[in-house]
Design a binder for this molecule. Structure first.
Ligand SMILES: [Zn+2]
Length: 246
């Protein structure tokens, strides 16, 4: 944590900004494992001295951390780091400082659990209009001019499949996961042949959905995600083997 640096800066920065900085430092330290679950958070007075801010600014930061599930603050006893399962790991402030290591493995695992099932469901509910939309998105893959456009085209293709499942809860969960995977998708799209490989599997998924086969759609999506996992491994993202999903 670089809190000491802040104490030397001039006092012109707003209190909100200072509280945000404390929150960011703690999210970073917690995410990096420098502060583990159950560890005591330094006392209010110590943090106030370290950051050169009033105790009320420190309290505001601790309240924010507690609301996000990262610390447990209780009257009369030390504030501690909350158990991992309580953390809101999808919180944008947490993600801004913790977007490596386990995160992409967890994200990929969530995709592998969710998306083949969504594809199987979609095969049973998909309309001709949905198929037209998917064909259009599939074709658009070739028109994408750079990695970001490919990533967006990929996300839209997957989102259209989720939408075709007709389950708004699944669509919402899928949308959240998709948006988080934008960065890895853009990186993958830069790998030689990755776009072609994705396009191939999208074609397989589309064919399976058109045949309204739940089993084929599930399988094609699972194989596509295995290909995605391979790209992520090539890029050096920390993703484990996919044996556990077979
Ligand atoms: Zn894809």
């Amino acid at each position: 944590m670089d809190g000491d640096l802040l104490g030397t800066e001039d006092g012109g920065r707003g209190r909100r900004r200072m509280a945000d900085q404390i929150v960011e430092d703690f999210l970073s330290a917690i995410g990096a494992g420098e502060l583990v679950a159950g560890a005591n958070v330094p006392a209010e007075s110590a943090l106030s001295t370290q950051y050169g801010v009033s105790r009320s600014v420190v309290r505001e930061a601790v309240r924010t951390l507690a609301a996000k599930g990262f610390v447990i603050a209780s009257q009369g006893s030390a504030t501690t780091v909350a158990p991992r399962t309580a953390w809101n790991v999808l919180d944008p402030a947490f993600l801004a400082v913790n977007s490596g290591e386990d995160f992409f493995d967890n994200l990929q695992q969530a995709r592998e659990l969710l998306e083949p099932t969504i594809a199987a469901l979609a095969a049973q509910t998909i309309t001709d209009l949905d198929i037209e939309r998917l064909e259009e998105l599939h074709a658009r893959f070739d028109l994408a001019k750079d990695a970001d456009e490919h990533a967006r085209a990929d996300i839209e293709f997957h989102e259209a499949i989720a939408a075709a499942s007709g389950n708004p809860v699944l669509v919402a969960v899928h949308t959240l996961i998709s948006s988080l995977a934008q960065r890895t998708r853009a990186r993958s799209a830069e790998l030689p042949g990755a776009v072609e490989r994705a396009k191939y599997w999208h074609g397989e998924i589309l064919t399976a959905l058109k045949s309204r086969s739940a089993a084929d759609s599930e399988r094609a999506m699972r194989l596509h995600l295995r290909q995605v996992r391979g790209e992520l491994e090539t890029l050096g993202f920390a993703v484990g083997g996919d044996d556990r999903f077979q």
